[in-house]
Design a protein around this ligand. Sequence first.
Ligand SMILES: [Zn+2]
Length: 350
Amino acid sequence: MKRIETWSRGDRGTRRKLPSLVPRSHRVTASGFRVASFIFSIALLAFAINFTAASRAQQRRNGAHSTSAREAFTSADRRLVERAIGQTCTERIRDPFGSTPIDEMQARPSLPVGNPDAVAGLRRAERVLPTTRRLVAATIVQLAKEYDHYGTAIARSRINAATARVEAVRRVRPDVDSRDNASVLLREPRTIEFGTIFLAGLRSDEAMISVLAHELTHIASGQANSLRPLFRAIARRAAVRTGLSIQGQRAEELACDLVGMTAARKFIRETPSWEPLPRRLARAVEHNCVDDDASDEDHLSPRSTIRALFALDVGLASEVLADGSLGARSIRPEWTPVSKSVLTVSTGPF
Ligand SMILES: [Zn+2]
């Protein structure tokens, strides 16, 4: 549905690329900028699906809500969202494992694959990929139900096919030239390509899961873009609540971010920690805490992205603002950990 994009275009957060004559490709980048020569390789990458640093997802509020309740968004909610944005970016600065903002990633020189921070990022991505696949599948089903796209046999079949594509992804491949981008080639849909700057800039499991989940959501929608109706429903709600224009590719990118944020939220639930809950939640979106808050046709600006995500999940925004001591702010796990080793297994080494 889009014209061709070139890698030389700025990209904050997540991007999907639509190659020329071919089926769509996705590109997610934290700040994808590429050299002019790279434009010529776009055709070769026609099948690429990409996703970027900016993946975040939203999480549904807990408990049952009527449709009208979910649609309600008050001026108090709006103020809460703004405060949560400020808190998120404050937490990033305090957090020793805080993510690098997208605009800072853009300004960095390329990192070799062997760079210790890039290597650490790759190991993290490989470790959390199996967990992320599972969380993304669950999140897509959850959102499909919440947005009334799961009520018929055809709809369920579409969602099931999408989650099957997610489950088939097997590998994360580091790439110097991708810099702060991540991507997936449709002709090789089991591999996520991940720029080394991006790998090094995401220093927590929560951040990595959020970005991987964004990529996986592009893959879930597939060449037929089967999740487009869901993406548009999410975008409509966000647009009503924020006044932002969220059409076309922006809808998909935002929805991918919502899946990312929601998947990270689920991960936090499953992995109790003494770290403050607001800090862990902030990691899912804090790479958007930029100074240079530029948007483009296909993406909301990074800070607008955080705003839209919190507007979609006011419950999560309020959790970011939660006060209290370290332990008190941790989320009660959905299961009871038996031992440290169980915790380790849950985060999924290969
Ligand atoms: Zn994307």
